[in-house]
Design a protein around this ligand. Structure first.
Ligand code: RAM
Length: 335
C-alpha cells in the first residue's frame, strides 16, 4: 500500500519538505523573490480574484508578493507603478496591460535592468515581456462568443458588442476573432451594429448599455467580453422593458452574474477561473526569475497545483479552455 519515496528524498528531507507545507511544489524556485502584480485596475472583482490567486502561489513558494495598480483601466495610469517597481528592484513585474504598445518602453526599461516581465490576462506586444500567461486560446474565446450569442438570438438579428477600453489588448484580440467567426455563412442573418466601450467602468458600461438600446430598437443581443461590462449590461436590462427581449452574454464571473441568471436576464455566459490565471502567472514569474525558463517555446515549468506547464509560440502559456455557465451549473462555482 504505502510506497516509500526513497528515490526522491531521504526520510529527514521528506519530513522537512512536508513540514514546510507546499515546499514540495516549489522545487527549483528561489526563496524570497519579489514579485509585483499590476492588474488592469485594482477595484475590478475579476482582477482581485486573479491577483489573490497570484498571492496564494507566491505564499506557496515563499516569495514576497504585492499588488499595486490604478483604479481606472488606462495604460498611462499603469506607467507610474511600473517606474516605481523598477526603482524598488522587484524581481518580476506581472502585469495585465491596458495597451499593447504604450507600456512597452517602460517594460523594456525594467527588463534592461534585469527585472523579468510577465504579462497575464491582457498582453503587450511580444517585445514588452518575456512570457504571456493567457487565460485561453484567444481565437477560441472570440469564436466561442459568437457561437454562444448566435444560439441565444436564434441566429438572426442585430447585436452589439459592449467592450472594455478601446485599447485593451485582450478584448481587441477577441473582437477580431469574433468578426472573423461572423464571416461564416451560418451567421449571414446576424448583424453586428456597434462596438461600444464601457472602459471597464461600471457606470460608463451601464450608460453605454442604455445608449445601445435607444440607438438600436431592434437589438436582439449584447455581447460583453468583459466582466465589468456584462454585469452592468445585465443590471440595466434586468430592470428595463428589454428584459426577455434582449439577450445579454459575454464573459463574467459566476458570483457577479448569479442573480441575473436566476432572474432570467442572462441565459449563458463564459469565463475561466481568474484565480487559477493569477496563480499560473505567479509560477511562470518565479520560474523565470529563478532561471528555470527564459520564455522560449517548448520550455516547461512546475506550476504548483496546476502541474507542469509548457511555453507555446511567442512566449505564451495557456491556462485552459473557458467554461460556459448557465442556470444548471452556476451554483457549482464560487468566484
Ligand atoms: C474584465 C477585464 C479582464 C477580462 C475580463 C473577462 O474583468 O477586462 O481583462 O479578462 O473582464
Amino acid at each position: 500500500m504505502f510506497k516509500p519515496v526513497r528515490h526522491m528524498c531521504t526520510a529527514l528531507l521528506c519530513a522537512t519538505l512536508l513540514g514546510a507545507g507546499m515546499a514540495a511544489h516549489a522545487a527549483g524556485i528561489k526563496d524570497g523573490l519579489k514579485i509585483a502584480f499590476v492588474p488592469k485596475q485594482i477595484n475590478n472583482p475579476y482582477e482581485v480574484i486573479a491577483d489573490n490567486g497570484g498571492m496564494e502561489a507566491i505564499k506557496e513558494f515563499k516569495g514576497d508578493g504585492k499588488v499595486v495598480g490604478p483604479s481606472d483601466a488606462g495604460a498611462s495610469s499603469q506607467v507610474s507603478y511600473i517606474n516605481t517597481l523598477i526603482t524598488q528592484r522587484e524581481d518580476v513585474i506581472v502585469i495585465a496591460a491596458n495597451d499593447a504598445n504604450a507600456l512597452v518602453p517602460y517594460l523594456k526599461k525594467a527588463m534592461s535592468q534585469g527585472i523579468k516581465v510577465v504579462t497575464f490576462d491582457s498582453d503587450t506586444a511580444p517585445e514588452g515581456r518575456q512570457i504571456f500567461v493567457n487565460q485561453a486560446d484567444a481565437e477560441s474565446i472570440g469564436r466561442g462568443q459568437i457561437q454562444l450569442v448566435s444560439k441565444l438570438m436564434g441566429g438572426e438579428g442585430e447585436f452589439a458588442i459592449l467592450s472594455a477600453t478601446p485599447n485593451a489588448t485582450n478584448q481587441n484580440t477577441w473582437i477580431k476573432w469574433m468578426q472573423e467567426e461572423l464571416k461564416k455563412p451560418e451567421y449571414a442573418k446576424m448583424k453586428l451594429v456597434k462596438i461600444a466601450y464601457g472602459n471597464d467602468d461600471d457606470q460608463k458600461s451601464f450608460v453605454e448599455t442604455q445608449g445601445l438600446l435607444q440607438a438600436y430598437p431592434n437589438l436582439k443581443a449584447i455581447v460583453a467580453p468583459t466582466s465589468v461590462g456584462i454585469a452592468a449590461a445585465a443590471r440595466y436590462i434586468s430592470s428595463s422593458s428589454s428584459k426577455g427581449k434582449v439577450a445579454v452574454t459575454g464573459l463574467g464571473t459566476p458570483n457577479q452574474m448569479r442573480a441575473f441568471v436566476k432572474n432570467g436576464t442572462v441565459k449563458a455566459f463564459q469565463l475561466w477561473d481568474p484565480g487559477a490565471l493569477g496563480y499560473l502567472a505567479a509560477y511562470a514569474a518565479a520560474n523565470l526569475a529563478s532561471g528555470n525558463i527564459s520564455g522560449k517555446e517548448g520550455e516547461s515549468f512546475d506550476a504548483g497545483k496546476l502541474g507542469k506547464r509548457t511555453i507555446g509560440k511567442n512566449g505564451e502559456v495557456i491556462l485552459g479552455p473557458p467554461t460556459t455557465f448557465d442556470a444548471q451549473n452556476i451554483d457549482n462555482f464560487n468566484f
